[in-house]
Ligand binder design. Sequence first.
Ligand code: AHM
Ligand code: MG
Length: 336
Amino acid sequence: ATKKRSSFAIQTLTTWLLKQEQARNIDAELTIVLSSISMACKQIASLVQRAGISNLTGVQGAVNVQGEDQKKLDVVSNEVFSNCLKSSGRTKIIASEEEDVPVAVEESYSGNYIVVFDPLDGSSNIDAAVSTGSIFGIYSPYDECLADVDDDSTLDRTEERCVVSVCQPGTNLLAAGYCMYSSSVILALTVGNGVFIFNLDPLYGEFVLTQVDVKIPRAGKIYSFNEGNYLLWDERLRAYVDSLKEPAGAGGKPYSARYIGSLVGDFHRTLLYGGIYGYPRDQKSKNGKLRLLYECAPMSFIAEQAGGKGSDGHRRILDIKPEEVTNSLTYYLTID
Ligand code: AHM
Ligand code: MG
């Protein structure tokens, strides 16, 4: 069960990060990267909150590398996230779901860390002011992962080095997290010793620690799939989801359905209430829809740190190495 914090001890994200640094769970550089991410999330939270007022709803007009219409807020959030990371001076390469290729940070203020992120996930929900979120993962310093660069490659060297550097399996993740923009702004974070949840306190403008070492409850009875795709799923999955609708045991209840269509929101609810979340492949999306690098791997690291599992139905997500930054695959978050 999730441990309760003492009602007197208020701990901000900054204090928590310093404690992690003192305990040598993270180094000083990573602390700065994580602080800059929290700054980006605060800015995006305020942009999301004011989107309808400041004319930031609707589409931008461009299509991103994933083939989706970019929303105005997708573009602005990407700029905010990228700028915060670049100006931290501690990142070497940043890779965004909204960019075609990973970007090497300018030498003059570059550091060592590699950050992958989806600046505004679930942005189809923006115009209706429904939950969205940012997702991020942080990988080891650059130089450790260049062994397999092919010297004979005809690709641009810098670009190729960046792609090779970011295409690491999730097992290499040092930290991962998400920020949910909802009725509260919630930051969930792991640096490999459990999942910690911070709420943005609107009074102080600070993330405050609210839940320590969160574990997914085993007893959850919620399923979360886009069931509009039911007829496009394979037979086994249809049978499985049908079985969740059968009342279990005498007087038992079936599973409840909940689906926001925002990975961060659906994941966060599953983390706290339990159950199963999935975005399976179907006849239309042969590899599912969620991106391995930007979404599935960071979320699976968090899931495992909370006692759950991230799987594609056969394999542990964290063991899968992306071939390309755009790879997507079936994704399930479960407790067992
Ligand atoms: P996005 O990165 O373009 O926002 O898309 C990802 C989102 C996820 O948040 C969500 O789980 C999924 O797409 C919802 O897709 P669908 O509308 O097909 O159910
Ligand atoms: Mg996304």
